[in-house]
Design a binder for this molecule. Structure first.
Ligand SMILES: [Mg+2]
Length: 383
């Protein structure tokens, strides 16, 4: 069953990737995408939001095909109701046929049938034969893992790094760590599955729709996709690039992020997170770099380009971390609450008991699904 569930997550991720790419690659969609918010005559929401909502619906539809009962437990940031210029309220969703989906989208897009059709074609395309094949050994491991279908739910972020997505910088060079500070490479599709009872992530798919620019063509991209499963005692992923001797981040003294042994470590932060700068600066042997998008920064940890990702604010949400958290768990890393890690960490223990959970909303007046208190993502310990 885990195998089937994974395939449905991968299919959803690939379809989402295709639509995200199409909105930048197809002239008719791109022109609407880069319009300023409100300039779309439907001034309730911009096209970026429509793309976001539509991708989420496509992913949800894909998951429902394999697990019909899951539809009600697929969560994300946006709601799927739009109002068009005629004041009609329209629920954006994938209809049974391409024609119906096209007509529905055209209503939100004020009659732009060309754009509506491009989106509908992608939503109804068959991509299953294009997803990464799962080898025999991996399939055997997955067969040991029972997914309790009645106790799972999904957090989706259809386009993480929307500012980078609309900004569209595509020639930004990597820094010395191999990290893109900004640009389309920082855009990710995040699909994370968690157990409703424990709140822990069990399966994650992260796609990078704009991984590699094809021969310097602004509008032609190769994508890539990472996945990981951490369910019962089964830990398996397709991550092979991880640098093995990743450094464990230790809070040796209160509020101090410290190095382990003689190794230097590198921490990635948001360029706007001044408090994170201060935390990093207070630690010996910790280098610092910046990148766009929470999903991308976690991906840098997954790949072993950096050792940790630190975020001190409250504006990172469950849909931003669930997928990468699952993959990090499959590798022996995790994502924990930063404030708790700074105040409650005991050097004799791992940080695992401070992991983020995905099943319980924050009490009012906090934003219900924010990761309050900041986050720390880290790769596997080398200790
Ligand atoms: Mg996001």
């Amino acid at each position: 069953m885990a195998h089937e569930v994974l395939v449905s997550l991968l299919t959803a991720g690939l379809k989402a990737t295709r639509i995200a790419q199409a909105c930048r690659e197809r002239k008719q969609l791109f022109e609407i995408l880069v319009q300023e918010k409100g300039k779309l005559r439907n001034n309730v929401a911009d096209f970026k939001t429509l793309a976001d909502v539509f991708i989420q619906q496509v992913a949800k539809t894909e998951l429902e095909k394999k697990i019909p009962s899951l539809g009600e437990r697929v969560f994300g940031e946006e709601n799927n109701e739009f109002t068009n210029t005629l004041g009609e309220s329209i629920v954006v969703e994938v209809k049974p046929t391409m024609e119906e989906t096209c007509n529905l989208l055209a209503k939100v897009l004020d009659g732009n049938h060309v754009a509506a059709r491009l989106l509908a074609v992608e939503a109804h395309s068959n991509v299953e034969d294009q997803i990464e094949k799962i080898d025999k050994e991996t399939a055997e491991k997955l067969s040991m893992c029972e997914v309790d279908i009645d106790n799972i739910a999904v957090w989706i972020d259809p386009i993480d790094g929307t500012a980078q997505y609309v900004g569209g910088i595509y020639k930004e060079a990597k820094d010395k760590h191999g990290v893109h500070g900004r640009g389309l490479q920082c855009v990710t599709v995040l699909i994370g599955m968690y157990n409703i009872q424990t709140g822990l992530p069990i399966m994650g798919v992260v796609c990078q729709p704009f991984y590699e620019n094809v021969e310097g063509l602004k509008r032609s991209w190769k994508s890539r996709c990472f996945w990981g499963v951490c369910c019962n005692d089964v830990r398996v992923s397709n991550v092979k690039l991880l640098v093995a001797a990743s450094i464990f981040l230790l809070f040796k003294k209160k509020n101090v992020l410290n190095r382990s042994g003689d190794l230097n470590c590198t921490v990635i932060t948001s360029p706007h997170d001044k408090q994170a700068y201060r935390v990093v600066a207070s630690c010996d042997g910790v280098e610092h770099c910046t990148g766009g998008g929470a999903g991308y920064k976690c991906l840098c940890v997954i790949e072993g380009l950096v050792d940790g990702y630190l975020y001190t604010g409250d504006a990172c949400y469950k849909w931003d971390t669930c997928a990468t958290h699952a993959i990090l768990s499959s590798l022996g890393g995790s994502i924990v609450n930063l404030t708790q890690a700074q105040t409650k960490f005991n050097p004799q223990e791992t940080l695992k008991h401070l992991q983020l959970l995905y099943n319980t909303p924050n009490p009012h007046p906090s934003s219900p699904w924010a990761n309050i208190g900041g986050i720390l993502a880290f790769g596997p310990s080398n200790k």
